[in-house]
Design a binder for this molecule. Sequence first.
Ligand SMILES: Cc1cc2nc3c(=O)[nH]c(=O)nc-3n(C[C@H](O)[C@H](O)[C@H](O)COP(=O)(O)O)c2cc1C
Length: 291
Amino acid sequence: MLSLDAFSINQSYLHRILLNSVAPRPIAFVSTIDDEGRPNLAPFSFFNAFGVNPGTLIFSPARRGRNNTTKHTYQNLRQVPEAVVNVVTYSMVQQVSLASTDFPKGVNEFEKAGFTPLESLKVKPFRVAESPVQYECRVRQIIPTGQGGGAANLVICSILKVHIDESVLDENNEIDPDKMDLVGRMGGNYYVRADQNARFIVPKPLHSIGIGIDALPPAIRFSKYLTGNDLGRLGNIAALPDQDLINRWKANSGLQEMISNNPTLFYDNIRALLDEGKTAEALSRLMAALL
Ligand SMILES: Cc1cc2nc3c(=O)[nH]c(=O)nc-3n(C[C@H](O)[C@H](O)[C@H](O)COP(=O)(O)O)c2cc1C
């Protein structure tokens, strides 16, 4: 491991490490307005949602590392503590990137980047019509983490209103990830598109309490063929399989043969069962073959 002291390494290196390792990040496309009523639009990926009571979003227009100046978004929020946080989809991403240009103060990024301003209902800043989910927010608090270049300004927002384009909803009014087609920010010039190739399913371990990896028999737990993901799925089972099931698999001599003649094939079969959600069968076959 390369272990670095966060206070003594070069800040721009720490910034790159963060951008590449705390990733992918959601992107807030933030609309604000200054005290002269001039709109501003800029993306921020130091951003997330933090709760629902009240609905809370936080993003950070940081101080610039190179000259310790503040962003227009931050300056506007100090004057008019309201924002619209718009989500960013694949179809918007090139224009969003254009809107991140360091245009002079007062330049309207809606015009520069070709987005359509929509009036908000509760706050002064405009919504972005092209974004399928728009949060009208009041700023509760701004917390600067420092006064030097690169310091964060945590903008804590309460959501007053949420607008959802019906085209991204399913028949139950839930957001359909395929219809949303969100993008996330990574390090360098990399983005990620949350489409079917990027997404996968991990069932929530909520309906029952899993036995845990520590409760798996050592021959399984320390098998060089099983990965952490395999063990995570096996440890999520509610109880070890009963002996009858294991005995039935033991009676099937094919299993013992396969594990000694072709362990790779045996474990591939186990993994296929785990992929299908047949955890009890996978674990009983493992126990029959190994114990
Ligand atoms: C996808 C993306 C994410 C960004 N995230 C941040 C961020 O979290 N914090 C930040 O200070 N700048 C971030 N930037 C850079 C700002 O968007 C950029 O400095 C912009 O000019 C700020 O605009 P403003 O001065 O009008 O507020 C990001 C840029 C892009 C393209």
